[in-house]
Ligand binder design. Structure first.
Ligand SMILES: Cc1cc2nc3c(=O)[nH]c(=O)nc-3n(C[C@H](O)[C@H](O)[C@H](O)COP(=O)(O)OP(=O)(O)OC[C@H]3O[C@@H](n4cnc5c(N)ncnc54)[C@H](O)[C@@H]3O)c2cc1C
Length: 527
């Protein structure tokens, strides 16, 4: 059978694309290699505790709610409150004015850098104003222009003017955030504390906009995976086919077929690749391609991507605790960025790639004492997500894929996981959560290798390409985001976190929608 559209990858990008194609009435097949869809958006249950295995909460960005509204999906959300802590001080991010609290928090830690902090805060305020414009409206891509004419005239047209005046200011702030901040301070510990929970070399406008974005975070009742469940049901209700446990391992653009690891062939009129991008070019044999321009473009792209790295990954510790949620809500909010010490992560030294076990263990101890933790507490948002009187915590840190791989090759991967778990709960026990060590019912962890295995993403990357690459192999200019879905191969478009930079959850949805729009247009022209 030949499908109008095949989508490879059942993460949020592939699900979005499949939902719109199925809604438009095209025969649609979504191939997902795992037994469930969702990729980096998923929730799972263990002994009554629900944990989110990927993204901890969802930023709307003028994209998520408009997409759900357009599809007619009712997903109940609660506001996801963010707090930031250093040592024994914690602030809640409740409004634009929380920036003042952040300034106080930093100044308390670094009194000698008071004037520098004030200048940095001025810069952050300016970026927050730019972001007000960028995300200030519902993204027009998710509007039905014929029905929303009033919105078009009253909101979108005036917004476009403001946007045109702002976008160059945003793109001018493309410099890595640490370099940008060095214009204002040379205090390495201060630089670390502001930046160490961002990916290496994150562009300044992206990193420093987070105090704004934090106000736009929501949590689906029941867990982040509820969003995935709703999309899956929607696709199936609209006669789309979702084939799980179906790993595509070859793409034949000449015959317009994909082939799975069991040797089953599926024909397509249009293909949307919504999975790891390196693998697309690995799975195409360029030899049989008759058009030399296409053949050469595929070869060039494969070569170009070969040495490009994925962005940082995460080490995550899942804790089921015999402690009531009130213990945690008295200390911080449900989504908490916590740095136990203001010494700064640089003091641990560079990632000890290729070093021996003793050196690595020493580095790990220092790293876990100094780094910034993203701590998520599902039951604080939804009381059904843990047994009464108990709490599940998800604690993660950005972590290097290469180091984890090196450790695995040396043969102490399981010990490494236990070692990291120990470092993490010892650090939290001796700082913000005294007593948790003795309240652990059970614990387990995942590493960058787990994420790479489960999602197929290069380097276990959680948001696409690394900013450290010598050149960015994806579109990175927002006004040109339409370019991001293009491939050099006729009949194939792409979507998801590898197609645009900086990326993440909203961009995956946006590119999924843009890819489906393109395919729907092309299929209409074919008919
Ligand atoms: C801990 C964590 C925190 C995060 N926080 C944020 C945040 O605060 N803000 C934000 O914007 N983003 C965040 N993200 C990132 C965000 O979740 C991802 O960028 C986004 O979900 C990626 O979606 P995707 O569909 O592009 O890719 P993925 O979720 O990676 O989906 C790809 C899918 O393709 C499948 N697949 C791969 N290869 C094949 C194949 N050959 N055949 C069939 N199927 C295949 C995979 O199994 C997977 O289901 C976070 C992620 C994590 C893990």
């Amino acid at each position: 059978m030949k499908y109008d559209a095949i989508i490879v990858g059942g993460g949020i990008a592939g699900l979005t694309a499949a939902a719109y194609l199925a809604k438009a009435g095209y025969s649609t097949l979504l191939c997902e290699k795992e037994s469930t869809c969702g990729g980096l958006v998923n929730s799972f249950e263990r002994e009554g505790f629900v944990f989110d295995g990927g993204i901890r909460a969802i930023e709307n960005s003028g994209i998520v709610f408009p997409m759900l509204k357009q599809l007619g999906l009712d997903v109940p959300f609660v506001k996801n409150k963010i707090s930031i802590g250093i040592g024994d001080r914690v602030i809640w991010v409740n409004s634009d004015e929380s920036i003042k609290g952040y300034q106080v928090l930093l100044t308390e830690q670094f009194p000698n850098s008071k004037a520098e902090i004030a200048e940095i805060i001025t810069q952050i305020r300016a970026i927050m104003r730019h972001m007000d414009v960028q995300y200030g409206i519902d993204n027009p891509v998710f509007l039905d222009m014929k029905e929303d004419r009033k919105y078009l005239v009253k909101v979108i047209l005036p917004w476009m003017l403001k946007y045109a005046l702002t976008i160059h200011k945003i793109t001018a702030l493309n410099e890595p955030v640490v370099d940008f901040l060095k214009h204002y301070t040379q205090n390495q510990a201060l630089l670390d504390i502001i930046t160490q929970h961002f990916f290496r070399e994150t562009p300044a406008f992206f990193a420093l906009s987070y105090l704004k974005l934090y106000l736009d975070y929501y949590y689906p009742l029941g867990g982040t995976g509820k969003l995935v469940e709703k999309l899956v049901t929607f696709i199936e209700d609209h006669h789309g086919t979702i084939s799980t446990n179906t790993q595509i391992s070859a793409v034949d653009p000449e015959k317009r077929q994909v082939i799975d690891t069991a040797g089953v062939t599926y024909g397509y009129r249009r293909l949307i690749w919504a999975a790891d991008q390196k693998s697309l070019y690995r799975f195409i044999d360029p030899e049989p391609i008759t058009d030399d321009r296409v053949k050469n473009a595929v070869i060039r792209r494969r070569e170009n991507l070969a040495d490009k790295a994925g962005n940082d990954s995460v080490f995550t510790l899942y804790l089921a605790l015999d402690l009531d949620v009130s213990y945690f809500s008295s200390k911080a909010s449900e989504h908490f960025f916590y740095t136990p010490s203001s010494v700064g992560q640089s003091m641990a030294g560079p990632v000890p790639i290729n070093e021996d076990r003793k050196t690595i263990e020493k580095w790990l101890e220092e790293f876990f004492a100094l780094t910034t933790y993203e701590i998520s507490c599902p039951v604080m948002r939804d009381s059904t997500l843990a047994p009464p009187g108990k709490t599940g915590l998800i604690v993660s840190v950005l972590f290097d894929y290469g180091l984890t791989k090196h450790i695995q090759q040396m043969g102490w991967y399981d010990d490494f996981k236990s070692f990291c778990e120990l470092c993490i709960f010892n650090t939290l026990d001796s700082s913000v959560y005294p007593g948790i060590k003795d309240a652990i019912r059970y614990r387990f962890s995942s590493t960058p290798l787990s994420l790479a295995r489960i999602t197929g993403n290069s380097d276990g990357a959680i948001t696409g390409w690394a900013f450290t690459n010598d050149s960015m192999p994806a579109e990175n200019r927002l006004p040109r985001i339409l370019n991001s879905i293009r491939t050099p191969i006729p009949g194939i478009v792409q979507a998801g976190q590898w197609t645009f930079s900086p990326s993440g959850f909203p961009i995956s949805i946006l590119t999924g929608k843009l890819a489906s729009d393109r395919v729907i247009k092309e299929l209409k022209n074919l008919n």
